[in-house]
Design a protein around this ligand. Structure first.
Ligand SMILES: CC(C)(COP(=O)(O)OP(=O)(O)OC[C@H]1O[C@@H](n2cnc3c(N)ncnc32)[C@H](O)[C@@H]1OP(=O)(O)O)[C@@H](O)C(=O)NCCC(=O)NCCS
Length: 170
């Protein structure tokens, strides 16, 4: 009998690794399938080249998602987090976000920021369940069909946790 992977236990098959330039075409393909106004291949290449935290989620040898985060002045900014549509709602996004937060913590960032469309209730539920707080609104931040869409700004304070002991998010 062949040992087919049980995709009901997806988390056992995923691994998280640094993104490199050869990953970009596959990453950008996931991006184009996920967003109506996707980042270009060039934006991903720039993120890798400038040294942002760029992580790939790999499942069974394929790109299943990715996360991009920048650091600056004690703040981490999660710029993009995405899981391939056919692999969502199985815990991968939470694990990916946890990986990024662990890295921000290890780099002694004080706070983690991110933006999200108010229409993206799935992502908002994920962020709020981890403890992100809604701290602002950027008017007309996103391109949208027929105009612009606001962004909600979320913040997760890490500083006080860092001062006490290394946090565990998972
Ligand atoms: C947001 C995203 C990364 C979440 O990834 P995921 O692998 O589906 O997330 P998980 O399975 O780990 O679920 C995490 C939480 O998201 C929420 N969620 C996930 N799937 C959901 C669904 N179908 N309906 C409602 N909430 C859902 C839940 O709060 C869930 O927590 P729970 O499992 O404890 O209930 C994914 O939906 C995605 O890639 N979306 C497109 C890109 C995007 O919008 N990125 C965010 C930009 S700000």
């Amino acid at each position: 009998m062949s040992a087919e992977p049980d995709l009901g236990r997806l988390l056992e098959y995923v691994r998280f690794r640094p993104m490199s330039l050869p990953d970009v075409p596959a990453v950008a393909a996931v991006e184009r399938a996920a967003y109506p106004f996707p980042w270009s291949d060039g934006v991903f290449r720039d993120c890798v080249r400038v040294g942002y935290v760029c992580r790939v989620v790999e499942a069974l040898g394929e790109v299943a998602g990715y996360g991009i985060m920048s650091f600056g002045a004690g703040e981490a900014h999660i710029l993009n987090i995405c899981v391939r549509a056919d692999l969502r709602s199985q815990g991968v996004g939470r694990r990916l976000l946890t990986c990024l937060l662990e890295q921000a913590s290890e780099a002694y960032m004080q706070d983690v920021f991110l933006e999200v469309r108010p229409s993206n209730t799935v992502a908002m539920a994920l962020y709020e369940s981890i403890g992100f707080l809604r701290v602002g609104l950027r008017k007309g931040y996103y391109q949208a069909v027929g105009g612009r869409e606001d962004a909600l700004v979320y913040k997760l304070p890490l500083g006080m946790i860092n001062a006490a002991k290394p946090p565990r998010f998972s």
